[in-house]
Design a binder for this molecule. Structure first.
Ligand code: SF4
Length: 234
């Protein structure tokens, strides 16, 4: 599998576990607020291609971390775009590590295979906006029926999962938040983070604003009426 970068240690990205992070290049979305354009845009990926890490080198590193790390977080870009993602996950599991997968939810077929094979222990999925506004925010490659399927898969699974949303003052009106709450009504966990305008995939987003502290607190309470655990991250 293509690995654009590895972070050797994190206590923040896999709740309750020590893990390393594997980043994959490329994404099928173009979220205007994305703060990792170097892992998304083909022209940016070209510039860092020479720094990619061979899979063999990663597994040599992982072998040395046996007994020290609990798991591996696979993130992007969008990992489900990697044709050999499931093979990679199998190899990590065979070595005795837990696997956490971060995904935008546009490939429920991959999530379903990973779940049915038992090669994933935790999935974090973005819920970016209401179904009606998805295309406008992430681009034309989204299929909202896929987002819907992925949400249902996670909510009916017996693994740990979380939904995550990045909130932009100009985009996430109360009406949009209300629709998002309906989409994941009854979910186990939702993590909210405020948009960061310093580095964005689309320059037009630099003029947008993060949620104020008071709006963020109100939004947490609003989601808590329907979702077990709602927290702010970052
Ligand atoms: S899905 Fe994630 S990685 Fe892809 S463009 Fe959106 S924010 Fe960036």
């Amino acid at each position: 599998m293509l690995i654009s970068a590895v972070q050797k240690f994190t206590m923040l990205d896999y709740p309750g576990k020590c893990a390393c992070i594997v980043f994959t290049p490329g994404c099928n979305f173009r979220c205007g607020y994305c703060h990792n354009p170097e892992f998304v845009l083909p022209e940016e990926i070209q510039k860092i291609k020479h720094t990619f890490i061979p899979e063999k080198v990663f597994f040599q590193f992982l072998q040395k971390r046996e007994g020290m790390l609990d798991g591996v977080v696979i993130t992007g870009g969008e990992p489900t775009m990697m044709g050999d993602l499931l093979d990679f996950m199998r190899k990590v599991k065979e070595r005795g590590f837990l696997v956490k997968l971060d995904s935008n939810g546009n490939r429920p077929d991959i999530l379903e295979k990973a779940l049915s094979e038992g090669i994933v222990d935790y999935i974090a999925m973005d819920v970016k906006t209401s179904y009606g506004k998805y295309g406008q925010l992430v681009g034309k490659l989204v299929k909202t029926e896929n987002i819907q399927k992925s949400i249902a898969l996670l909510m009916h699974s017996n693994i740990e999962y979380e939904f995550r949303s990045t909130l932009v003052d100009e985009i996430h009106s109360h009406g949009v938040l209300a629709e998002m709450r309906e989409m994941i009504d009854g979910a186990r966990a939702l993590y909210l983070q405020s948009f960061r305008p310093e580095k964005t995939l689309k320059s037009s987003y630099e003029k947008f604003h993060p949620f104020s502290q008071s709006r963020l607190s109100e939004t947490v309470s609003f989601f808590r009426e329907k979702i077990e655990k709602v927290e702010v991250r970052g």
